[in-house]
Design a protein around this ligand. Structure first.
Ligand code: ADP
Length: 230
């Protein structure tokens, strides 16, 4: 059985005028299905670049990325969008909820893009809200929910397509300590239920909850002992 995520010798080079920056400089990484992994490292180390590649928002300059058995290193934008929608549930620092829509309509959006019919969308988005403990807030708009509740709606939206992995970018970066605890408890629960979670963070408290830490330094994966929080 191959790993869910397999990166081999990935480089990502940005050219700004005459200057080239290798944001990732030979990253190899495997994540098995069901793992809970935190990607950590100081600012500028390449975490966002790695997140963009793992999330199929960008492709490597060199090297290969295989996700759930598919080589996604060289896909064009249309096919990347298809992979994102089928295999990845995203959670962002800023929640990225549409303010005019009630919670359940935010949660059903990935199913709209996937062409799922209306009744099934409603049933699945309600079930996803139940799963994050917000079944009774389905009709609330984001502005009527706390930060922690908004992020739980975003997690429900990430789960509604039953993705192969949940990819979270600083998911607690905008939350107070109580809401952070709330969202981390939810990730713990999802992990116990066998979800694959990859989260990017610079916070030690968050990283320590994951089953494994991948430390990024100067565009490479470093030994875990190299990590000191920013
Ligand atoms: P982190 O998320 O850990 O702060 P990034 O992945 O954002 O790190 O950046 C890694 C390196 O790549 C930095 O030196 C950054 O300046 C550079 N970089 C990131 N994105 C771009 C870009 N679009 N163009 C040029 N350089 C970039």
């Amino acid at each position: 059985m191959s790993a869910l995520i397999s990166l081999r010798d990935v480089r990502k080079v940005y050219a700004t005028g005459a200057v080239e920056v290798a944001a990732l400089d030979g990253v190899s990484l495997e994540v098995e299905s069901g793992e809970y992994v935190a990607v950590v490292g100081p600012s500028g180390s390449g975490k966002s670049t790695l997140m963009n590649i793992l999330g199929c928002l960008d492709v490597p300059t060199e090297g290969t990325y295989s996700l759930a058995g598919e080589d996604v290193s060289t896909l064009d934008e249309t096919r990347l969008a298809d992979v994102r929608n089928r295999l990845i549930g995203f959670v962002f620092q800023q929640f990225n909820l549409l303010p005019s829509l009630p919670a359940w309509r935010n949660v059903e959006l990935p199913l709209v893009y996937a062409g799922v019919g209306r009744d099934e969308r409603r049933a699945r988005s309600m079930a996803a809200l139940e799963r994050v403990g917000l079944g009774d807030r389905a009709e609330h708009r984001p502005g009527e929910l706390s930060g922690g509740q908004q992020q739980r709606v975003a997690v429900a939206r990430a789960l509604v397509t039953e993705p192969a992995m949940v990819l979270a970018d600083e998911p607690t970066g905008n939350l107070d300590s109580r809401s952070t605890a709330d969202v981390l408890a939810l990730f713990d629960e999802l992990s116990r239920l066998g979800r694959t979670i990859v989260l990017i963070t610079h916070e030690r408290e968050v990283a320590e909850r994951a089953g494994r830490r991948v430390v990024v330094r100067d565009g490479r994966v470093a030994d875990e002992s190299m990590w000191s929080p920013a």
